[in-house]
Design a protein around this ligand. Structure first.
Ligand SMILES: NC(=O)c1ccc[n+]([C@@H]2O[C@H](COP(=O)([O-])OP(=O)(O)OC[C@H]3O[C@@H](n4cnc5c(N)ncnc54)[C@H](O)[C@@H]3O)[C@@H](O)[C@H]2O)c1
Length: 388
């Protein structure tokens, strides 16, 4: 019989919503499920917020004390959906208590925190995962399959972008995402790390970077209230403003350990680009293109096609492709952001069931943090920085 596992979810905001939805939905898609996640306790900063999250997201209990919750013997899994400033503290406590952990990205604010989390997780033999969900898009997993099969040859070049505009309004509030002490960094850590994770997944480790970082909006209205009001606009002139001390944009060149070169652009100031993630990968025998706005499709070009038929073909992902057996039963129905989180949940509980670490785990998250740190250093020095 499929095992029921009790989940304690810390943080009931945007990602809390996504994860709670995945816990409820995963066994409906992937059956037999590797485990049935049970929404046991949700934690937020006040009893009132936790209770609201409990009712909304279908948990049994609410709490405002994550320390007590992660030490409870009836909790199997700790899910960290808080802002970045408490990821390390919660993960280290949960690892010491022997709980399996899924932690939202970026793993931490700094390399030091990410390293401490990784050491704590490895010391107790728990299963650990970082929630870089975009690699769970079936079309991206199909790209990985083609690359691993050598279908586009040796990888020469990777181009990755993550462009957003929810924060391009200079009157968007100074939420935690614009404060270094909470977020660690801006576009680099928030969205750049998603691209780094995709680059590591598809091409391999990044060894060296050179980067420009930029902060366009240097002050923002002080936010009223605690939860991030993503995309809100505080237009009244009498609202006090305070400095933004993180980057809005990073543009970086990359050298991969395996010899490929590449580039990464991540910005929060691209009007009209809502959640625009693109990947283009060129190999000695073909090319791959992916655009998250058309996330069901993978464009591939195989150079060994007959000369008169050469060109990009569009593969619409469905049951024949990665995760297709669990998602929708016929091609053409399409997937959304939710399905990437459901697949992530499936992979996490599959790892627990098999006892084999998933990817990206905390070690992968630490490697991504090292690249982010090298980009931030290069933004200061203007020089190539080694990922060490
Ligand atoms: N994978 C993705 O696509 C993705 C997207 C957005 C955010 N994220 C990541 O998810 C994490 C959370 O981001 P979000 O967008 O959900 O933020 P959010 O502001 O919407 O929600 C955070 C929640 O955590 C609560 N919280 C804060 N400190 C807490 C504490 N000490 N104990 C308990 N609860 C606490 C807040 O009150 C809030 O309810 C961040 O690490 C972020 O980078 C990932």
């Amino acid at each position: 019989m499929t095992k029921v596992m009790n989940v304690a979810m810390i943080g009931g905001g945007f990602m809390g919503k996504a994860h709670a939805m995945a816990y409820a939905s995963m066994p409906m898609f992937f059956w037999p499920a590797p485990a049935i996640p049970h929404r046991k306790v949700v934690v937020d900063v006040t009893d009132g917020m936790a209770e609201e999250a409990r009712r909304r997201f279908g948990f049994d209990e609410a709490s405002s004390d994550w320390r007590a919750v992660v030490n409870r013997p009836d909790i199997d899994v700790v899910d960290i959906c808080t802002p970045n400033n408490v990821h390390a503290e919660i993960a280290i406590a949960a690892a010491k208590a022997g709980k399996h952990i899924i932690c939202e990205k970026p793993l931490a604010r700094t390399v030091e925190e990410a390293r401490a989390m990784t050491e704590a997780a490895k010391a107790t033999g728990i299963i650990h995962m970082v929630a870089f969900n975009y690699r769970r898009t079936p079309a991206v997993a199909l790209a990985k399959k083609f690359i691993d099969e050598g279908r586009i040859g040796k990888i020469l070049n990777f181009r990755g972008t993550y462009l957003q505009d929810w924060s391009a309004d200079e009157n968007g509030p100074l939420s935690w995402r614009f404060q270094k002490k909470i977020a660690g960094s801006g576009a680099v850590g928030d969205i750049g790390t998603h691209v780094v994770d995709l680059a590591h997944y598809l091409v391999g480790p990044i060894a060296e970077v050179i980067a420009m970082t930029k902060t366009y909006v240097t002050t923002r209205p002080i936010q009223q209230g605690g939860v991030d009001k993503l995309g809100a606009s505080e237009k009244s002139a009498d609202v006090e403003r305070a400095p933004v001390d993180v980057d809005d944009e990073v543009i970086s060149m990359l050298r991969f350990a395996g010899g490929a070169v590449g580039s990464l652009e991540a910005t929060r100031n691209a009007w009209g680009r809502n959640n625009f993630i693109t990947l283009e990968i060129h190999g000695t025998k073909g090319s791959i293109h992916f655009n998250y706005e058309r996330r069901d499709e993978l464009q591939v070009m195989f150079a060994d096609d007959p000369a008169d038929a050469r060109g990009f073909r569009t593969i619409y992902t469905g049951p024949a492709h990665p995760y297709g057996g669990g998602l929708w039963p016929i091609p053409g129905l399409g997937i959304g952001y939710s399905e990437t989180k459901i697949v992530e949940c499936f992979d996490f509980f599959s790892a627990i069931a098999s006892g084999k670490q998933p990817s990206p785990n905390f070690e992968d998250g630490l490697l991504t943090e090292l690249v982010a740190d090298a980009m931030l250093r290069s933004g200061e020095t203007g020089k190539w920085e080694t990922v060490s």
